[in-house]
Ligand binder design. Structure first.
Ligand code: ADP
Ligand code: MG
Length: 316
């Protein structure tokens, strides 16, 4: 087994991106990373398990993309510049074709964001992978969940609910824009960096808007009012859904990896300008208030009633 895995290790080192911060990458017992005196390192890890986080019939390329994308999204949510990643992968068998496709999905995204793969671990087992990522930012500038203030506007990037609809479609054997949003999420790294100077709190939307916004509210000890009629819905989602389906998915569907943030009204124009530079749309969907909890406004009472059945809504 060791021999096969030695061979496979070639796949990891081959396309690793050199960076000045990486003193030593793949090949030794550990990597060595430089960090400047005036910077902080931001670290996160996420695990993807087959049949839990991606379906068994997902393409290897899309799994490689997603494994890195979900971690890049965490860097984006802190306002950090991603620098390096490590990859611990368990493979049921040393399938080199599968691995080559997986690494092509991983490396394309790594290249796009200048992330250097500096190490990892390869073992035999049910298919799963953990990617750890390291980023940097000037000391004291990270955007935490805990900074939201009463009166702040609540903004989101992109459109919401697409990935949840994509999961439904994937199960029906359909491939389109919505399934693409599920399998190949776009981490909002540039948007996160652009938002950093202007925002008080930020989170990436992995579990769904209501659930994730509630993390900001709890960490910041504030409440919020969400204008349900303002939610950004893609034309593809609207076309796919009937009745209030699109709004429900936008409120509680997971896996979109958009950014949700709060900022004072005075920073609104700066944010719109900063995000237009990185070609990311922003939608203002509500406001932070004094009281605890999340209130939904701007839609029919029957919609709000129907949402009570949603798991995430109960967390509100
Ligand atoms: P050790 O036994 O000292 O942990 P390994 O033989 O597991 O070292 O790994 C040798 C080198 O290959 C190390 O630099 C390790 O980080 C790298 N490596 C192993 N697996 C992976 C992987 N899946 N992705 C990236 N690098 C890997
Ligand atoms: Mg090892």
């Amino acid at each position: 087994m060791a021999g096969e895995f030695d061979l496979i290790r070639g796949h990891f080192a081959r396309d690793a991106i050199p960076r000045s911060e990486v003193e030593l990458g793949i090949g030794d017992d550990a990597a060595i990373i430089r960090i400047a005196d005036d910077r902080e390192m931001v670290v996160s890890v996420d695990t993807l398990i087959q049949d839990v986080h991606f379906p068994a019939d997902a393409t290897a390329d899309s799994v490689g993309h997603k494994a890195l994308a979900v971690n890049l999204s965490d860097m984006a949510a802190m306002g950090a510049e991603p620098v390096w990643a490590t990859l611990a992968i368990a493979l049921p068998a040393p399938d080199e074709d599968w691995l080559a496709a997986f690494m092509s999905g991983f490396n394309d995204l790594a290249k796009e964001h200048g992330v250097s793969l500096v190490g990892g671990d390869t073992t035999r087992g049910p298919l799963s992978m953990s990617v750890q990522i390291g980023g940097q930012l000037p000391k004291g500038t990270a955007v935490r969940r805990s900074g939201a203030k009463p009166g702040d506007l609540i903004g989101v990037t992109g459109t919401l609910g697409d990935a949840a609809a994509g999961l439904d479609l994937h199960r029906q054997g359909i491939s389109n824009h919505l399934t693409d949003r599920l399998h190949r999420p776009t981490p909002r790294v540039q948007a996160g960096l652009a938002l950093r100077p202007w925002t008080n709190a930020m989170i990436d939307l992995s579990d769904g808007l209501i659930s994730d916004l509630n993390h900001i509210l709890e960490a910041s000890s504030v409440g919020a009012e969400l204008d349900v009629s303002a939610l950004p819905l893609s034309p593809e989602l609207t076309a796919h859904c009937v009745d209030n389906g699109a709004i429900k998915l936008a409120l509680s569907g997971g896996d979109d990896y958009e950014l949700c943030f709060t900022a004072s009204e005075g920073n609104r124009a700066s944010i719109e300008q900063a995000l237009s530079v990185c070609e990311t749309t922003v939608t203002w969907i509500g406001r932070i208030g004094e009281g605890a909890g999340l209130r939904l406004s701007g839609a029919q009472g029957s919609l709000l009633e129907s949402l009570r059945g949603y798991d995430h809504f109960h967390e509100a």
